[in-house]
Ligand binder design. Sequence first.
Ligand code: UDP
Length: 150
Amino acid sequence: NTAAPAQNDDQVERSLVLVKPDGYRRGLTGEVLSRIEAKGYRLAALSVVEATPEQLAAHYAEHEGKPFYEPLVEFMSSGPLVAAVIEGHGCITGFRTIAGTTDPTTAAPGSIRGDLARDWGLTVQQNIVHGSDSPESAAREIAIWFPNGL
Ligand code: UDP
C-alpha cells in the first residue's frame, strides 16, 4: 500500500528547535533529527551555527537576571549548535513532548532528554535540545536564528 497517510496540515505550525552544544558535541544531532522526522514533522530549515552573544541575549531574554542565566549563555556559546525550523500540525507541543521535561534526571524514558541526557552536577542543565513553547515564541525565535528568512 503506497497511499500516503491522511494529512491534516492545513493549520501547519512551525517550531524553532535547537540541538544545544552538548548534543552537537556528543554527535546526537542525527538522533534528534531522526526522532523529529520519525514523528512525522518536516524540516523546513537547518543550520549549524556558533551563537552570537546577541542571539543568545534575545533567545533567553525571559531568563535574564536568573541565577542560571550567565552559565547558560556560557554553555550555549561553548561550541556549535544546530538550529532547525520544524513544521507540522501541533509540532510546538509535539516536539516538547518528544524532548521531555526540562530536568533530564526526571524526564520520561522515551523522550530525548530522558533517554540521552543526565545531570552532570553543573549549574546548567545540559539537556540537549530547545523547543519553542508557543506560536509567539516560535515566531520570535525563528527570526533570531534565521534572520534572512527560511
Ligand atoms: N536551565 C538551567 N537551570 C534551570 C532551569 C533552566 O540551566 O534551573 C536551562 C536549561 O538548559 C533549559 C533552559 O535553561 O532548557 C531554558 O529553561 P526553560 O525553563 O525555558 O526550559 P525548557 O523550555 O528548555 O524546557
